[in-house]
Design a protein around this ligand. Structure first.
Ligand SMILES: Cc1ncc(COP(=O)(O)O)c(C=O)c1O
Length: 391
């Protein structure tokens, strides 16, 4: 199978990931931090080394603020509900700004908090090229605004957002900035200090090339803030270490990291992160952008195709959505799978507000997302298949 669905999860994984998992499960797979024996210590050391590696990658100064989660959704819920979910905010209803480009893993938890009257929510639109204008975020700020939460790149359009500009204006107003880096971590440089990011959520199984069942939440030291006065542990329970306290011990990362972690998956993620660092984030990004640029160049003036988002591939990650005239996106997906052995993702991509904005709701679009390991030959086969289907 030719795999062009890397925005959902990367495939194949980086060389070394399967071996790291096999080695860890055979030699070190004890429960970390729960016992003093040597195997438990080795498991804990592996987690700690990965925390340090990720801290360096994202320029985090305190690696104990990096929490391991089960996927991007888990990290986002832990962050959103940790900040907003259950705290008594002195009778204040905090206002939260988000965008139409969000995945349901952001928009659903926010909407359910808004429906319960816990927060007030504003959803900022994007322009025709698929970019949110930082000035529109600024214009949405109100006296009770506490948090801006947005994706670094749209998982439908692939457009990379100007989070540096947003981070700066959010910090100037003394608000919190929460970034969903699901589509960028491992493929676009992220510097939490230069970008003024307070909370960062990401999966380990996409461009960091690790296995499913892995994710990361970074919670910066500016959390909590006035009227967001607790960072609540969304998942409570066993932490190893200090078992005596009646509630979560206020020790990072254990405060948020209750339960036995997915050490086996995280051992694989460490190998994925090593590979990404070795290859260079910029080189992987360039490879994916070149693939998207070739498809855009081929079809942008072809009236059978409608391409969504900017035609400038340098402002994208390796993700492109389009439709073919007279075809349902789901039919194109099925034909590519059945007749050409090519995997893509048709539909709404868990981002209904984005599709409403670009006029493709409810059928959605066809999304292709090349990854680090796709070859030029595979790309040519995809282009040829699309041409045949449209023809
Ligand atoms: C922008 C964005 N946010 C969040 C998620 C959720 O991540 P996960 O699938 O790891 O739960 C995704 C997954 O596609 C995504 O693209």
């Amino acid at each position: 199978m030719i795999y062009f669905d890397n925005a959902a999860t990367s495939f194949p994984k980086a060389p070394g990931v399967a071996d790291a998992i096999a080695r860890f499960i055979a030699e070190d797979a004890a429960n970390p931090g729960r016992a003093g024996h040597r195997m438990a210590v080795r498991a804990e050391e592996m987690l700690d080394a990965l925390r340090l590696k990720l801290a360096r990658l994202f320029n985090v100064s305190k690696h104990n603020r990096i929490i391991f989660t089960l996927n991007g959704t888990d990290a986002l819920n832990m962050g959103i509900k940790g900040l907003l979910g259950t705290s008594a905010n002195d009778g204040h209803v905090p206002h939260v700004i988000t965008t139409v480009l969000e995945h349901n893993s952001v928009s659903r938890p926010l909407q359910s908090l808004a429906d319960r009257g816990v927060i007030e929510l504003t959803r900022v639109e994007c322009d025709d090229d698929g970019f949110v204008t930082p000035a529109d975020i600024e214009a949405a700020i109100k006296p009770n605004t506490r948090l801006v939460i947005m994706t670094h790149a749209s998982n439908v359009l692939g457009t990379v957002q100007d989070i540096t500009a947003v981070g700066q204006l959010v910090r100037e107003r003394d608000l919190l900035f929460f970034v969903d880096a699901a589509q960028t971590a491992g493929v676009v440089p992220i510097d939490i200090q230069a970008m003024n990011i307070d909370v960062l959520a990401l999966p380990g199984h996409k461009s960091l090339l690790g296995p499913t069942g892995t994710g990361v939440l970074y919670v910066g030291e500016r959390c909590p803030r006035p009227h967001l006065d607790h960072f609540n542990p969304w998942r409570e329970g066993g932490t190893g270490g200090d078992s005596s306290t009646p509630t979560q011990p206020p020790i990072w990362p254990y405060y948020l990291e209750a339960g036995t972690p997915n050490t086996i998956g995280l051992a694989g993620l460490a190998a994925g992160v090593d590979y990404v660092i070795e290859q260079g984030i910029e080189n992987i990004c360039k490879h994916e952008q070149q693939m998207v640029a070739k498809i855009i160049d081929k079809f942008k003036n072809d009236e059978r195709f409608t391409l969504y988002g900017t035609h400038d591939a340098t402002k994208r990650v390796g993700t492109l959505s389009f439709n073919i005239a007279h075809y349902e996106p789901s039919d194109v997906g099925t034909i590519l799978d059945d007749s050409f052995d090519i995997a893509v993702r048709p539909g709404l991509h868990c981002a209904p507000y984005t599709h409403k904005q670009i006029g493709t709701f409810p059928a959605g679009s066809i999304r292709i997302s090349p990854g680090a390991f796709n070859t030029d030959e595979e790309l040519d086969q995809l282009i040829d298949a699309l041409d045949q289907i449209a023809g």
